[in-house]
Design a protein around this ligand. Structure first.
Ligand code: SAM
Ligand code: SF4
Length: 494
């Protein structure tokens, strides 16, 4: 117990907060947010259309502009906004959707977030920290049976799952390869969702080769944050969390993922908080967030807060916040998780989302452990969409999307500023479109059911024809690689 207390006491490095601040002011400007929300009421349709044109030019909106969009009530104008959000996504990411799976590795936690099943005082939660062998077992199922190439690994905050454990666990995941029908399966990009860290520890993760580092601020509204995260806990420190992504970029991990947990405070406020966060990263480092997440609170075992009416953001508000986020930060990736029901995901996806998870299990050890799958007391919360990756890929294909299993980005230096510039200018498409085709071919051959393969082949044929037309100089190289992949070669990318 003394060890844990001293670990907690030494976790926060004060100078790694203050160095990014303007005196005692942080980048969340409560007055500016409240003021913009007041001024944005009853927006003029002409002004709204001007703002949409700015989004369509892939420019980040100001807080005032986003506040106007948040207040649009006219149904026809909302339809225009939704169409513009979908168009922004197409201009930056075309018809590609990336899939991934969450992998929970450790649920011990020293914090007391009132909405989370993993909070320290929740005695109904069964605690586990997976061994390296158990992690490899989980990976074998994900990479060998389901066919995922990307994971987001999730940890509670605890000395038993500190940065060194996180680094070891990621190495263990990258170590696994599993033979498949035609080639082999492996996880090629591990993104991390863990507690904020100091720069030295983030450098260790950078050296292991992580993709995105995600930290959600939960709520940007400081009084609410302080009410829901007990004082004296590490997570109780609003500023340590607020500058987690700044430290990340400084440590060299320049794909950073921000997010808010919707249901803690007014959703409009959170959208503007996320936007101020993006702006501060852009201003200080020239790099905005690689992804934005917008989870809503889900019920969790023995966690009354998560069931309270206070925590409800309804589906209509959810659609609005997704639309405005897409329009406000046009270059960023947007993650729509299986916390949401399948039918709702189907409606929300076209508003500009770029990533979805599938075949998700959020119990510790739940992929490999057939007996224990999805038992409530080992899960952080309850999932809304439990469809398999095969089903999700098929639905996407029927809707005209190509599922991209591409993980080339961080492995060939297309991260941070480089990827931002490519995304903003629409040039990212060259690489991503080709890599989507190659990795989709790979996945269809290794993992798809017959039904999904048929739906997928139609999308592939359309993509190949489009590439021949749009990038004729690149087509011969793509075609040669495509043939190799069809014969069993794996992990070819541009
Ligand atoms: N412990 C680390 C942290 O708090 O940043 C990382 C893991 S934590 C399990 C990951 C995220 O889960 C949190 O940032 C929070 O937004 C989300 N979360 C917690 N409780 C939730 C709930 N009841 N429903 C939906 N999401 C929840
Ligand atoms: Fe721990 Fe993260 Fe859950 Fe908070 S949200 S209790 S820090 S696992």
């Amino acid at each position: 117990a003394t060890d844990i207390r001293s670990w907690i006491a030494n976790r926060i490095k004060r100078d790694e907060i203050t160095r990014y601040m303007d005196g005692d002011r942080c980048f969340i400007d409560d007055g500016a947010i409240e003021g913009a929300l007041e001024r944005g009421k009853n927006p003029d349709p002409g002004r709204v259309r001007e703002i949409l044109a700015k989004s369509l030019a892939i420019e980040t909106l100001t807080v005032d502009e986003a506040a106007c969009l948040l207040h649009v009530e006219d149904p026809d104008l909302w339809e225009e906004m939704k169409a513009a959000a979908g168009e922004v996504k197409r201009r930056v990411y075309d018809n590609r959707i990336v899939t991934f799976a969450p992998l929970y590795l450790a649920n011990l936690c020293v914090n007391g977030c009132v909405y989370c099943g993993f909070r320290a005082e929740n005695s109904a939660e069964r605690r586990r920290v997976l061994t390296m062998e158990e992690i490899k077992e989980e990976t074998r199922v994900l990479a060998g049976t389901v066919g995922h190439k990307r994971l987001i690994v999730v940890y509670g905050e605890h000395p038993a799952s500190d940065y060194d454990y996180i680094a070891d666990s990621i190495r263990a995941i990258y170590d696994v390869t599993v033979p498949t029908k035609k080639g082999y399966g492996a996880i090629r990009r591990v993104n991390v969702n863990a507690a904020p860290m100091e720069i030295a520890h983030l450098k260790v993760l950078h050296d292991v080769g992580i993709g995105t580092f995600q930290v959600f601020q939960e709520t940007y509204h400081r009084p609410t944050y302080e009410r829901l995260h007990p004082a004296g806990t590490i997570k109780g420190d609003y500023l340590w969390r607020l500058y987690a992504m700044h430290r990340c970029i400084e440590a060299g991990v320049d794909d950073v993922g921000i997010g808010a947990l919707f249901g803690l405070h007014d959703w409009r406020y959170e959208v503007l908080g996320l936007l101020q966060h993006a702006w501060d990263l852009e201003e200080k480092f020239g790099i905005g967030p690689h992804t934005v997440s917008f989870p809503r609170i889900e019920p969790a075992t023995n966690t009354p807060y998560a069931d309270s009416p206070e925590a409800v953001v309804d589906d209509d508000a959810f659609a609005r916040l997704v639309t405005v986020l897409r329009l406000a930060i046009p270059y960023t990736g947007m993650i729509l998780t299986a916390r949401e029901r399948g039918d709702l995901r189907h409606k929300i996806l076209p508003l500009g989302c770029t990533q979805v998870d599938a075949s998700s299990r959020i119990g510790i050890g739940a992929y490999a452990d057939v007996e224990e799958k999805q038992k409530g007391e080992r899960q952080q919360f309850i999932l809304g969409d439990t469809r398999s990756l095969d089903e999700v890929v098929r639905q996407l294909a029927l809707d005209g999307y190509i599922t991209s299993f591409c993980t080339a980005g961080y492995r060939c230096g297309r991260t941070g500023q480089k990827i931002m510039d490519l995304l903003r200018s629409g040039r990212e498409g060259h690489f991503c479109k080709l890599n989507a085709v190659l990795t989709f071919r790979e996945w269809l051959d290794d993992f798809a059911s017959e039904e999904t393969r048929v739906a997928g082949e139609k999308v592939l044929a359309k993509e190949l024809a489009e590439i021949a037309l749009r990038f004729p100089d690149m087509y011969p190289r793509l075609h040669a690689s495509y043939e190799k992949v069809s014969q069993g070669a794996r992990d070819i990318y541009f």
